[in-house]
Design a binder for this molecule. Sequence first.
Ligand code: NZQ
Ligand code: ZN
Length: 387
Amino acid sequence: MENFEVVNPTRIIFGKKQLSRLPELLSSFNVKRPMIVYGGGSIKRIGLFDEIMDCLDGFELTEFGGVEANPDFDTLMKGVELARTKDTDFILAVGGGSVIDGVKFMSGAIPYKSDPWDVLDKKEDCNFTQAIPFGALLTLPATGSEANSGAVISRREYNEKRLMGGPLFFPKFSFCDPTVVATLPRRQIANGLIDAYMHTLEQYLTFPSDNILQERQAESILTTLIEISGVIDDPGNYKLASNLMWCATHALNGNLRCGVVSDWTTHMIGHELTAMYGIDHAQSLAIIGPRLYENQFENKREKLIQYGKRVWNLAGDDDSIARQAIEKTEAFFQSLGVKTKISDYTQKFSGTDETIKQVFIDRGWVEMGERKAIRPDDVQAIVKAAF
Ligand code: NZQ
Ligand code: ZN
């Protein structure tokens, strides 16, 4: 087993009808002037906004809405300016991964004295060293952002999607109420299932490890997600919805990476497709994942066999189990109504493979994957095969 260190300070408040706990939690952080941050308005349509307002009587509240899916630097900077004017002392993110990630960025950018883009741009010696504390009310189980310290921020002006994070960026608390699943459009439930599934695969489909527990935990998340995927047709089913939400949190709360080697290349390539074409995050993973596993078949063969046997109950000769495991994965995504080719989303993809290869070279991402075997030429081949 690899050495590891892990800490996760986020308090998860899981279940129905927990919102009355919010004022007491805010008071425990001595909050006086909270800012509520949300997306394009779904929280108003589902009645959650009014419920929160009822709870927050007595606080000097500021409101900042309009954070888009794949939160944009320029939008978030408007929230940063507002928070500075209002002397905000706590941020409440109400939404999916985009709003929570946006709030992570804002919490670091508000007290930052220089241009926060420098931090996302990884400019030397530029880093957030303080953060305004924040909490989350999750409305879309998918990213695990409610239980981790990472964020992904887009800047459409430059066609960029950048990562940030670190110990300052764990939410103080996250309310995870599975009844929100009943309000989600089908597309977002499919996205949630796929994102959680791919987070698990990225930390699992490398090579067999000695961490038997982590291997089994990853497999149990994968099999649970397959078992409860009927949630897409029955989103009001609390048993299915609560398992989806708990799987999504578990898939990226830092647990699965302990003592194993991961490979986040599908995410890295997927982020570029989102930056270039606005393809939903999970859709980009459904496009790239299967092609990457084909490209890396020999390197991942042993683990693909284990995955095929344990998760898909496949039998037969090893090579065919490994191949079928990839096919089953893609068929699973398609069964959720998600298309798995770039050409299903845009016709203007010529040159995409070269562009993404060049981005990887420019960023120094030239030896990716668990064996450092995914080179820029492989990235190009993976994207090309995904057309
Ligand atoms: O903006 P509103 O009106 O709220 O609508 C949203 C949005 O249009 C809607 N929605 C959310 N909750 C809803 C709802 N509609 C109806 N009822 C509800 N209860 O869903 C749409 C998508 O929301 P978004 O937050 O963008 O989706 P998701 O949670 O999939 O987040 C995607 C973002 O997270 C990043 C992605 O790159 C992307 O930017 N990720 C963050 C990670 C992390 N922090 O750990 C890891 C992930 O791999 C991922 O990269
Ligand atoms: Zn993801």
